[in-house]
Write a protein that binds this ligand. Structure first.
Ligand SMILES: O=C(O)CCC(=O)N[C@@H](C(=O)O)c1ccccc1
Length: 368
């Protein structure tokens, strides 16, 4: 395909409720929507980098700058581009995986739309719906947390993920386990808030039969996670530490994880996400699809990805209304605790012009 034009929109969507993690509290989601125009089709992508470089080193202004000055020009000057050549074309630019992922996603969307293929078909989905888990932030009190979890379970969510940090871990997790019983699928996410010195403290979570503890230590501390894994019964899941298939292989070889949270934006795109899925499947490591508070664009791609065979744990692919009163696409809704995998060509969704315009703060366009 020949890329004629790339349009970047900085968008902002208010969250239905503040989302607090060990990294801080978000009240609105900033994101970048990438629109790629080719003679055959338009393609849409979403950059998951947030307002601040706190989850990773990327942040929305930085992603916009590196896209405009270093990444998009490389694609516009190429005679032809396919989703599989985006990575090599951008390889000279170090890092910036979330920015690259957004561009590759838009090219993949355009390519699949022009072929009349859905993301699900293109990636190798084996299911037409995926179980929905939900991420529950840190709250001001345990009663407030219990009410929030009760509401999500009543909506049909199949799995509860609780954000934890030092001072908000054992007590809330015990309260949720005791209130909702042993059959509720429950896991925790620390966003790297602990250190190796916390091993004995974190081992107290073993009492609650959790599916996993996600990213307890610093993203670069693979040996620390391997040591922690030897001190805990609860399986260790990595998120921030896994930025590529290579890093997934290293983490697995070092015994740093039993489970991997795959986020296409964090690992540089859906194609690398599939490579990690395949590598983990070969190593007997189950995976699940994480979330970055995506709009319906990223939610559509994630639903398709979560339908691949080794995504055997419910992911954070929740309904649009978990975060947004109004999404920029038709909203994803929970049907019997599942999201339906889009079957239309490409992502299967496109932004609703009025909704996208309302969410757009700035638009920048680059042409061949
Ligand atoms: O459901 C979602 O999209 C969000 C799931 C979630 O908890 N994301 C977390 C995470 O660390 O996985 C997060 C990402 C980015 C920013 C803050 C929090």
């Amino acid at each position: 395909m020949r890329i004629e034009r790339v349009r970047l929109r900085r968008i902002s969507l208010p969250l239905v409720s503040p989302f607090r993690t060990s990294l801080g509290t978000e009240y609105e989601r900033s994101a970048l929507v990438v629109q790629v125009s080719t003679p055959d089709a338009e393609g849409w992508g979403e950059c998951v980098a947030g307002a601040d470089p706190d989850y990773s080193s990327e942040y929305v202004e930085g992603a916009e700058d590196v896209l405009l000055r270093h990444l998009v020009p490389r694609l516009l000057s190429a005679e032809t581009v396919t989703a599989h050549t985006v990575g090599p074309l951008l390889a000279a630019v170090k890092g910036h995986r979330m920015a690259k992922a957004a561009l590759e996603m838009a090219v993949l969307d355009a390519e699949l739309r022009s072929q009349g293929l859905s993301f699900a078909a293109g990636l190798g989905a084996v299911a037409d719906r995926v179980p929905s888990g939900v991420s529950v932030g840190i709250m001001d009190s345990v009663p407030e947390l219990i009410d929030a979890v009760a509401a999500y379970l009543a909506q049909g969510y199949q799995r509860i993920k609780l954000k934890i940090e030092p001072g908000w871990d054992i007590v809330p997790v015990r309260a949720v386990r005791e209130r909702f019983g042993d059959d509720t699928l429950l896991q925790v996410d620390a966003n790297a808030a602990y250190t190796r010195a916390d091993t004995r403290h974190l081992a107290r979570l073993d009492a609650f039969d959790l599916l996993l503890i996600e990213q307890p230590l610093d993203e670069e501390d693979l040996l620390g996670h391997a040591a922690l894994a030897r001190g805990l019964r609860t399986p260790i899941c990595l998120d921030e530490s896994v930025v590529s298939a290579r890093s997934a292989a290293d983490a697995i070889a070092l015994g740093a994880c039993h489970i991997v949270n795959i986020k296409p934006g964090r690992v540089g795109g859906y194609l690398e996400a599939r490579r990690i899925h395949d590598l983990c499947a070969a190593a007997g490591i189950p995976v699940w699809c994480g979330g970055m508070l995506e709009t319906g664009l990223g939610r559509a791609g994630n639903a398709a990805l979560a339908a691949l065979p080794n995504f055997t744990l419910p992911g954070d692919v929740s309904a649009s209304n978990r975060y947004f009163a109004t999404d920029i696409t038709e909203p994803f809704t929970l049907q019997d605790g599942h999201l339906t995998v889009p079957t239309a060509p490409g992502l299967g969704v496109t932004p609703i012009p009025a909704a996208l315009d309302r969410a757009t703060r700035t638009t920048t366009e680059l042409h061949r």
